[in-house]
Structure formats: C-alpha cells, structure tokens
Design a protein around this ligand. Structure first.
Ligand SMILES: [Fe+2]
Length: 243
C-alpha cells in the first residue's frame, strides 16, 4: 500500500499541478491531505477542485481552511495571513465553503494518525518546533507514526522505547520495530525551509519506508497571479525564497 501525503497547498495551483504530475508516476494507492488547501495564493477554488479529484482521498482540516469559513478565529493570524483569509473568504464558492466546513481535525489509520498541527488539542493549531513540543506530541500518540504539517518545514523524528527523540538525517527513513515516528510532510504551496520546491511525502506501508519529496514548479506564474490580485504582494516574493 503506497500513500501520498500532502498539505499546505495554500491556493498555489502551479505547485499543486506539478506535484500531481509526480503522483501519476508514483503508483499511489491512496491520497491523504493534511489540510490548508487555501489561504495565501490566488487559486483557492481550483486547488479544492484538484484535491477532490484525487481518489481515494482522505482529508482533514488546516487552520486556514477553517478560518476561511469562520470556524477558526483569525485574530491570532499575522496581518498578512489575515488579509489573505479575508480575500479567500470572498473568492470561495458556497459549495467549497461547505466542503471546508465539514473537514475533521484528525483521522486514524491502521498504523498511523494524521493531524494538521499537533495531537494535543488539534483545534488550537499548535506548532511543533521544539523538543518539548515533540515529546508532548508523542505522549498523545498511540500509533507508530504521526504525520503532521502546519509549520511548512519538513522533518523526520524517531523516538526509541526509552523516550529518546532523534532527528533522522536525510529525506528517507526505513521504519524500525520498537520505534515511533513523527513526520512533518512539509508544504506544497509555500515551503519555509529555504527550499522553494513543492514538498510532500510518500509512505510505502509494505516496505515500511517514508520519503520526503521535492518538486520544482513554475514559481513565476504563481507569483504573477498573486500580483494581479489585491493579495499582499509579499506573498508572491516569498515563494522564490522558500521562506
Ligand atoms: Fe499552512
């Protein structure tokens, strides 16, 4: 069974189209979206349509998805993110608003669980940045692997039976017995790890292998579309920096 996991598309159609082309080559059995289809870039409705076309698909909510339909308070968003949400709210079709409104916060599979931010109070959209955050998430994690997104910064962390956590070097990991894993799958539409290429994750459950993948895309096209709208222009230039 091969899963393609992706998140934080953030209305960036060009990035998502490039990743979808990669999906076609990958013999994917199931698609899993960890939320934040919308917010920041210029094509929210188109990105929802392309996501929903993937089959079979499991999808959960991100903070921007819920904020775009009034289910999450945008007072804690930074001014640029807030402006993008207000723009997105005006763009979204009624049908797509209904779709975003009904997305759940987590989902469990056989040997893994998915959540946008963290397993502790998913509705609070906590970020996992520190070792303390990581250990706290493991306390709430009953499955072998937890996939998260939200920070737009991919990582692979393992935890041994004694509770020691370690960052796995590189972009690939073979899952070991007796270890648990926390994987941040990165962002398709607005990476923030200084690499502007779209980021997603493949999980081969038979081979017990997880890999973080990168795909370059037409950044200029996505930037031009943002510039042509009333969205904050910073949202265009940051795409080429991967910040
Ligand atoms: Fe996000």
């Amino acid at each position: 069974m091969k899963y393609a996991l992706f998140a934080d598309i953030h209305s960036n159609l060009e990035a998502f189209q490039a990743v979808r082309e990669e999906f076609k080559k990958g013999k994917i059995d199931e698609y899993i979206c960890l939320g934040d289809i919308v917010g920041y870039a210029a094509n929210p409705n188109e990105c929802i349509k392309l996501t929903r076309e993937l089959n079979p698909l499991t999808i959960i909510a991100g903070n921007h998805d819920w904020a775009s339909v009034g289910k999450t308070d945008i007072d804690y968003f930074n001014p640029i993110a807030k402006e993008a949400i207000l723009w997105t709210q005006k763009e979204l079709t009624e049908e797509n608003k209904g779709f975003l409104k009904n997305l759940p916060l987590t989902k469990e599979f056989n040997d893994f669980v998915i959540v946008h931010g963290s397993l502790y109070f998913p509705e609070k959209w906590h970020y996992i940045f520190t070792l303390q955050d990581t250990k706290r998430n493991f306390e709430y994690q009953k499955k072998k692997t937890c996939f998260i997104a939200h920070s737009h910064q991919p990582f692979i962390i393992s935890q041994d039976r004694e509770g020691n956590c370690e960052t796995v070097k590189g972009t690939k990991v073979s899952l070991k017995d007796d270890y648990r894993y926390l994987i941040n799958i990165g962002s398709i539409g607005q990476p923030r790890d200084a690499n502007p290429a779209a980021c997603y994750c493949l999980y081969d459950a038979d081979k017990k292998e997880i890999e973080i993948k990168r795909t370059p895309y037409e950044i200029k096209k996505a930037q031009d579309k943002i510039i042509a709208t009333s969205l904050p222009q910073e949202l265009a230039w940051r795409l080429s920096l991967g910040r």
